[in-house]
Design a protein around this ligand. Structure first.
Ligand SMILES: Cc1cc2nc3c(=O)[nH]c(=O)nc-3n(C[C@H](O)[C@H](O)[C@H](O)COP(=O)(O)OP(=O)(O)OC[C@H]3O[C@@H](n4cnc5c(N)ncnc54)[C@H](O)[C@@H]3O)c2cc1C
Length: 616
């Protein structure tokens, strides 16, 4: 199945909306220029469509094999992994001192969208590796940094994150894996079992560096007693070579609904009493360190959601242009011919829903990535603080909104395909199966909603939310002015923003008397927030697009308000078509999708406690 990705929209979001080239001012990026960033992006898109997409369907059919305790990926993945490494795609935005490419984070994120949309199963080994290595870079000691990072950033070794145990899923603090200090050394003996570990074993790297959460002997129960350990599959022997098996056993792999070519493993550590772990940072700080990895992984999981949603949209769009069924509803002649289904209003609505969500969520995630570059490298502490506040606030939305909507997009894409969507060879059902997991792992979307409402909204006495409100107001103010071409749309976004604030402030009051009440609305609140922020971003896109349209129309001597003249120009000028569609897409989002926010507010203000009171 051909993989298509909207390169024009990616470049628009990065360079016209978010001004990604601005990050080139930062010291580490000074040697790059916009042309180079665009070239890297083009190469990433090329690799995604030519290499990764080529083995996506085969991976889905072949799956992962588990024989004699060893896990093997499909052969096409083994071959493609070599090319992925050679291309330097593993650590695009990471430290060149350790073999990373050192490019801006926002460019890496757009590359990851392309890679995940083309083949999401493939991305587990490199994706977890780079996050694990980055955690060691930030929190490990000098010896750990020199031992592991370069080998991981270059893809010679892989990494995993090992939190989940059968009794400890969302409640990570209930884990029972133990770490016992080995006297006279800085090593620990690790003992316990982990479940559902992505890329827990494979046959493409020489070693695997598991980052394992465990409780060291004597440390307290719960989340506060957890420490983080590096537990390699092979540890160093007396001669320093990593060739001693570290008593890490793969007990089995899961048989899953989607991401079938990604190995999800049960791992036993220390069955023979000889599994060594090396403490990262300080004892009892494991969950803090792991959160760094999880926050990075949450953005990437959000990308997985929107990437597969966008890939499914592209399939649906092509299909809707080809598939003919029934005459156009406005053609009442007896000889009316069947038209492509894209002519039917209900199909158009489905397509526009996917397009509007897909483009706005892309902007939401890339905006977070650009802020990530600011946090890492801006010399201005105020700017860094502001960016950090907004990233902290919006990360649960990036993860949960993008993955819930990503799944919905694949479902709509299947609907556009009719019965053919349900058939394997059309590709869209694989996207739907593959994307579902993204709303479950990296903290379920329910847990993300609790994080937003119960934690992020309260941080700094509500200061993060107030900062966001202030920025939103500043953005809307000039657009709301009477006579501005976007005034009506800006007022709609303003109203939805006020509804969001009203919901937030009502929770502050109702939660004091009835703490369960706001929590039953945590998921709708996250969805409200996602809709408002995405509408704001779409309005911004419309603002830019209108300016560009004006300039092109001026250059061609036509009035941009003249629909006929503009459409005629759009037929020969791709930019006019793109910007014109952008304005329509923003309008569709604001008038067709954003009104859900009003419904959510009504339900929040209803004081209805039936879900809490019913006997189920
Ligand atoms: C394919 C796959 C890959 C995975 N990869 C990894 C990996 O690499 N590393 C790793 O450590 N784990 C991994 N996981 C595990 C994954 O992170 C967990 O499945 C997830 O965190 C949820 O835990 P659980 O399955 O035990 O569900 P539970 O925690 O039992 O949750 C069940 C339901 O209850 C809800 N819930 C639970 N507690 C609360 C609460 N306090 N308030 C409100 N709602 C709540 C949840 O939102 C969910 O809807 C993977 C899982 C899968 C299926």
């Amino acid at each position: 199945m051909e993989y298509r990705i909207d390169k024009r929209d990616i470049e628009f979001v990065l360079f016209e909306q978010l001004n990604a080239s601005r990050v080139l001012e930062f010291e580490p990026y000074k040697e790059f220029n916009e042309e180079l960033l665009k070239m890297v992006l083009s190469e990433a898109l090329k690799f995604a469509s030519e290499q990764l997409a080529a083995c996506n369907e085969e991976g889905d059919r072949a799956g992962v094999s588990f024989v004699d305790g060893k896990v093997s990926l499909p052969q096409s993945f083994v071959d493609t992994y070599k090319k992925f490494r050679e291309g330097g795609w593993i650590a695009v935005a990471h430290n060149p001192e350790f073999g990373g490419q050192g490019l801006p984070y926002c460019i890496a994120i757009s590359a990851i969208e392309a890679f995940s949309g083309a083949n999401s199963s493939f991305m587990f080994v490199p994706g977890l590796t780079v996050s694990a290595a980055h955690l060691i870079e930030v929190h490990g000691d000098q010896s750990q940094r020199s031992t592991y990072i370069e080998k991981m950033y270059t893809g010679e070794w892989a990494g995993t994150m090992c939190l989940t145990e059968p009794q400890a899923g969302s409640a990570v603090g209930d884990l029972s894996t133990t770490a016992t200090p080995i006297e006279g050394t800085n090593e620990f003996k690790i003992s316990g079992s982990k479940l559902f570990i992505s890329a827990g074993d494979q046959n493409v790297t020489d070693n695997i560096v598991h980052l394992v959460l465990a409780r060291a002997e004597g440390d307290p129960e719960g989340i506060k007693g957890i420490s983080l350990f590096i537990v390699p599959k092979y540890r160093a022997g007396a001669n320093g070579t990593f060739d001693v098996w570290n008593d890490v056993t793969i007990a089995g792999i899961e048989h899953k609904m989607g991401i079938i070519a990604s190995p999800t493993c049960s791992i036993s550590f220390g069955d023979d009493g000889d599994c060594r772990g090396y403490l990262v940072g300080e004892r009892r700080q494991g969950i803090v360190y792991m959160f760094q990895m999880m926050n990075e992984a949450r953005l990437v999981t959000g990308l997985q959601g929107v990437a597969l949603g966008n890939a499914a949209y592209q399939l649906a769009l092509s299909y809707a242009k080809e598939r003919k069924q029934g005459p156009k509803v406005t053609d009442r002649s007896s000889e009316a011919k069947a038209v492509a289904i894209i002519e039917h209003p209900d199909v158009r609505r489905n397509l526009m829903t996917m397009k509007a969500y897909g483009e706005s969520i892309r902007a939401l995630l890339y905006q977070t990535a650009v802020r990530g570059d600011v946090i890492r490298h801006s010399a201005d502490p105020k700017e860094r603080d502001a960016a950090q506040d907004l990233v902290d606030l919006l990360t649960p939305i990036c993860k949960a909104f993008a993955t819930d909507i990503g799944f919905k997009m694949t479902e709509l894409a299947m609907q556009v395909h009719g019965g053919y969507g349900y058939i394997r060879e059309y590709g869209v059902e694989q996207h739907m199966r593959d994307v579902k997991i993204a709303s479950i792992y990296e903290g379920t979307n329910g847990i993300q909603a609790l994080d937003l409402l119960g934690r992020k909204m309260r941080l700094k006495g509500g200061g993060l939310f107030l900062r966001w409100l202030q920025e939103c107001n500043q953005f809307l103010e000039p657009l709301k002015v009477e006579g501005h071409p976007l005034s009506a749309m800006a007022k709609e976004v303003d109203g939805a923003k006020n509804a969001l604030a009203e919901a937030a402030f009502s929770f502050a009051a109702s939660g004091k008397k009835d703490p369960e009440y706001p929590l039953q609305h945590a998921t709708p609140f996250l969805s409200m927030f996602g809709h408002v922020e995405c509408a704001r971003l779409m309005l911004d896109q419309a603002r830019i697009a209108l300016d560009k349209l004006q300039a092109i129309c001026d250059a061609n001597g036509i009035d941009p308000g003249d629909d006929h003249a503009r459409r005629t120009l759009a037929e020969k000028n791709e930019d006019v078509r793109f910007y014109d569609a952008k304005v329509h897409t923003a309008r569709f989002f604001i008038y067709q999708l954003l009104p859900q926010v009003g419904g959510y507010l009504k339900s929040i203000k209803s004081n209805d406690r039936s879900a809490l009171e019913v006997v189920l």
